[in-house]
Design a protein around this ligand. Structure first.
Ligand code: SF4
Length: 219
């Protein structure tokens, strides 16, 4: 495996961080995974964002180096997140996905749905739509292209119900998670969200990384 990300290759990705951890939320919750956090997001940016360090430019890394690095970590699941990772689809992410899948890894994306999910992607797309400034910032066609949807919520449960109904999503594609970058916030919200999920037949997920480590980065 190359020692440095600065080798010359024809395609690069703008990367904030690469690390191993356990997927803390959603349908892959609890699975050990490599994480690739790509840099850059789509405006309007969310004031509550817990990954603001991924908003700006990161480090330019060749796709081949990133693929080797991820494979070398030894996980069979890789979570590609951001920022908004799909912003870099055509500029190199498509090649990274191809390389990782050919190596037998499962690729899971975390996307906001503010950009169109590429139809040709073979990864598992988890879409987390954002409601701000009085509307959902979401590309309509993504309701066919995302594999599932997750909502981090505090109290706007009616808004989530409306979105699910308007988009025609079946309940088994929906995950509900408690807002809060501290474990105590999550625990306070969870019983109410549990009942909300039972009522609507939605999936419930805690956010294990913030439940145990609050807003610490790299977990
Ligand atoms: S879409 Fe996600 S990464 Fe981007 S600003 Fe909002 S919460 Fe942060």
């Amino acid at each position: 495996m190359p020692e440095s990300p600065r080798d010359s290759h024809y395609m690069s990705l703008d990367v904030t961080e690469i690390f191993t951890s356990i997927q803390g939320e959603g349908p892959f919750m609890g699975r050990p995974a490599a994480f690739v956090r790509l840099s850059g997001c789509v405006k309007p940016l969310c004031p509550w964002c817990d990954t603001k360090h991924a908003w700006g430019p990161g480090e330019s890394m060749p796709v081949t180096w990133v693929a080797d690095k991820v494979c070398g970590l030894g996980n069979d699941l890789v979570v590609i997140t951001g920022g908004e990772p799909l912003l870099q689809w055509a500029s190199g992410l498509n090649h990274l996905e191809d390389r990782l899948i050919k190596k037998g890894l499962t690729v899971q994306y975390e996307t906001s749905g503010k950009v169109l999910i590429p139809a040709e992607s073979k990864g598992f797309k988890v879409c987390s739509p954002k409601y701000l400034d009085g509307r959902w910032h979401y590309v309509q066609d993504n309701n066919q292209r995302a594999d599932c949807f997750k909502f981090v919520v505090r109290e706007d449960l009616a808004g989530v119900e409306r979105f699910v109904k308007d988009q025609g999503l079946s309940p088994n594609r929906v995950w509900i998670m408690p807002l809060g970058d501290h474990g105590t916030d999550q625990l306070a919200l969870s019983p109410g969200l549990w009942e909300f999920c039972v009522k609507n037949r939605f999936n419930f997920s805690p956010r294990l990384h913030t439940l145990f480590f609050n807003n610490q980065q790299g977990v």
